[in-house]
Design a protein around this ligand. Structure first.
Ligand code: HEM
Length: 252
């Protein structure tokens, strides 16, 4: 039996799948990390403390998963939605009442959007409280700030699309607030609405921003953000904070 296992693990087919030996030395452990598509997202060596679930609460990953859920459910909703002031509201009513699983799709999209805003804010707070914004991660912090603005932008632009009373007045109030920004306020409001009031031009612009511009920017920047985490050596967990943990383990 053992010679059979040995011949299988020595075969060319096996070696074409597993390009490393058992993870019982440093070399093989690092080869496992670099030759696997999923593992290679992690640095070869990470801080022990950063592996604790309560260190990051997985909030960045949860935000990424919510973004993926929003992309899938949003694409399905697009099959039934036309961004016209004549039909948008009816499309949504139709989606909710006639389309199989339509209500589920819409609710998943809505709840994932609310959750993403909450999770991204919590993620930012976690990064702040663990001091992970400090060098060399300051660039990733800036990328994160842009991601936060884009996440809020996606929520804001999506809010108009059902074209009901709530959407109409929320965006009227929202864009009026933008109009109070110093110097650029009036122009900003005009550019957002494509005019002076919330109407077809505003719906067209919000739709383009919501389904194309913001998701593409988010997808690109989330990739950059996660790649940067990898290049900065995984999650930040200071050495000083890590030492007591090692002693605790040795004492045990
Ligand atoms: C769309 C929104 C965002 C997504 C999808 C996202 C995703 C991630 C992921 C997957 C990680 C690694 C795992 C983790 O920390 O849980 C991470 C780390 C990080 N994120 Fe975000 N993030 C987002 C927004 C933000 C924001 C708003 C900030 C701050 C302004 C930020 C700053 C950082 C920093 C500095 C790290 C490195 C943390 C460390 O080394 O401990 N991110 N992010």
């Amino acid at each position: 039996m053992s010679s059979f296992i040995q011949s299988v693990t020595q075969s060319r087919v096996w070696k074409s799948f597993f390009r490393h030996g058992w993870p019982d030395d440093e070399l093989n452990r690092s080869l496992i990390m670099t030759t696997n598509i999923f593992f290679h997202l992690h640095p070869v060596k990470v801080s022990r403390r950063s592996l604790k679930a309560t260190y990051s609460f997985g909030l960045g990953i949860i935000a990424t998963i919510l973004f993926l859920i929003l992309t899938v459910t949003g694409t399905l909703i697009m099959f039934y939605y036309v961004p016209s002031t004549e039909s948008a509201y009816q499309n949504i009513v139709h989606l909710q009442t006639r389309v199989p699983y339509g209500q589920l799709m819409r609710n998943m999209h809505r709840w994932a959007a609310h959750a993403m805003v909450l999770v991204v804010v919590l993620h930012m707070a976690r990064v702040f409280y663990t001091g992970a914004y400090k060098p060399p991660r300051e660039f990733n912090w800036i990328v994160g700030v842009v991601l936060l603005v884009l996440t809020l932008g996606a929520s804001f632009t999506g809010y108009l699309l059902p074209w009901d009373q709530l959407s109409f007045w929320a965006i009227t109030v929202g864009t009026n607030i933008a109009g109070y920004a110093p110097l650029i306020g009036d122009d900003l409001r005009f550019i957002l609405l494509g005019g002076v009031e919330v109407g077809q031009n505003a719906l067209t612009r919000f739709y383009a921003l919501h389904i194309m511009v913001i998701p593409l920017a988010l997808a690109g920047l989330v990739s950059l953000h996660i790649w940067r985490v990898r290049k900065d050596g995984g999650l930040a967990a200071q050495q000083a904070a890590e030492e007591p943990l090692r002693f605790e383990q040795e004492d045990a």
